[in-house]
Design a protein around this ligand. Sequence first.
Ligand code: NAP
Length: 512
Amino acid sequence: MAEQQKWAEESSSKVLEQLSGKHVLITGTTGFLGKVILEKLIRAVPDIGGIHLLIRGNSRRNDAQTRFLEEIATSSVFDRLRQENGKAFEVFLDEQLHFITGEVTQPRLGLQPDAFRNLAGNIDVIINSAASVNFREELDKALAINTLSLENIAGLARLNPALAVVQVSTCYVNGMNSGQITESVIKPAGEAIPRSPSGYYEIEELLRRLDDSVADLRSRYSGKMLERELVSLGIQEANRYGWSDTYTFTKWLGEQVLIKALEGRALTIVRPSIIESALEEPAPGWIEGVKVADAIILAYAKGKVTVFPGKRSGVIDVIPVDLVANAIILAAAEALGEPARQRIYQCCSGSSNPLTLGEFIDHLMAEAKSNYAEYDLLFCRQPVRPFIAVNRALFDAMMSGARIPLSLARRTKRMLGHKQDLKMLRNLDTTRSLATIFGFYTAPDYIFHNDELLALASRMGEADKELFPVDARRIDWAVYLRKVHLAGLNRYALKAKSKLRPRSPKAREQVA
Ligand SMILES: NC(=O)c1ccc[n+]([C@@H]2O[C@H](COP(=O)([O-])OP(=O)(O)OC[C@H]3O[C@@H](n4cnc5c(N)ncnc54)[C@H](OP(=O)(O)O)[C@@H]3O)[C@@H](O)[C@H]2O)c1
């Protein structure tokens, strides 16, 4: 009898049990990760009480429902749901999906006081995925969305003592720290910031200073010049405190805001590493947009970049988007069952299934060499030159060494009346600008650990390990990078662009 009961417990999903009848608010569903979380909840948790989507209006569509219908519902992320049970999907959208037009950077998320209070009373958990993921965002914009907006999220949570918050952060809040990085509050690698006895960092004074610096720039510049100055200020301040860019600096600040504002409350911070295409769900390779590593892959495929600063032996931490969505859903289910605790989980591959930058490059190059024709939107022709990662000092020397003769050649061409820019010089500029934005990420000097997340998956049990896998050990990197990711980039991320240029009849067949 006891055996049977044990088996019944092990074979039932705790996640489904916890989420049954519950209401979840999600932000950021017009984005890449938000769409995958939404799709998985609809497909795997049909008994959920309701899903509330907070979406801001934009210049073309001014309310959440219109943006959902035109930008989210039309996405190929839902192809599987439509194919497997289109009718049930439509019924779910009609009955269990709710729309809130709101702006996370505004007080009360831009809602009237009554609407804000009602929202807090109607939901059980908030999954906050909205962010600016622009590494070189203007400092004031990055602070508004990645840091200060979290006061508004906390304000909503405070109205309902049972409300849990799951904050999507990033492993790269680690900044310039090196070594083994565990699932804990990160100490800045640069200038010291005071730490509270509870463990979070006291950032009020720092935020006031950043605000003053932004105000000072606003009083002195305007237009494009002001934008450039605000971007530079962000990088400068990030570097000063130990981060390589404004994005990760402001995400770290955001973690501190939430940890302090929700002390003694249910808060789970989930930190993914570099999120790439789906391993399995909703379809192998599903991806939207051209992300960090993909911008470099694309530039190589187009013959624009063949050398990059990087450390071949460094562990580049990539994690498929479906494993991230599953980690967030596990975290939400746990927070509902065991509130009033703060937790941090890293969703990453570095410690359990490490992939070095060298292996990453070699897999992609091998596939590009032997099968480039299968990826017609990615490769116009077989790449002739290898992609080489060199150390930063050598890269900088190579760039300045090549620039002088190329600039001279351009000047000569111009004197002879040729208006077109030299292609080689354009490629050099592309390489330099990609290296400025992403160079930090291709020379990793840290290993992200996910022991806590794996322990959570074990606590949830075997059924949830199958339904909501999070373990990066299930990734075969050769298969994933060569057969899943490149195909996904070609099929999903580049499809929209494909209409812009004519293709051969053979190429058209392969895409269909
Ligand atoms: N992509 C990665 O590799 C990666 C890695 C680690 C962590 N993360 C984290 O994962 C989360 C999702 O990233 P993603 O790649 O899905 O980003 P994304 O595709 O750029 O989506 C960002 C989302 O945030 C929303 N948003 C931005 N500003 C907003 C505002 N002021 N009010 C309301 N919504 C706003 C955007 O809505 P609009 O359409 O209205 O702009 C969009 O839905 C972020 O928190 C990010 O920090 C991402």
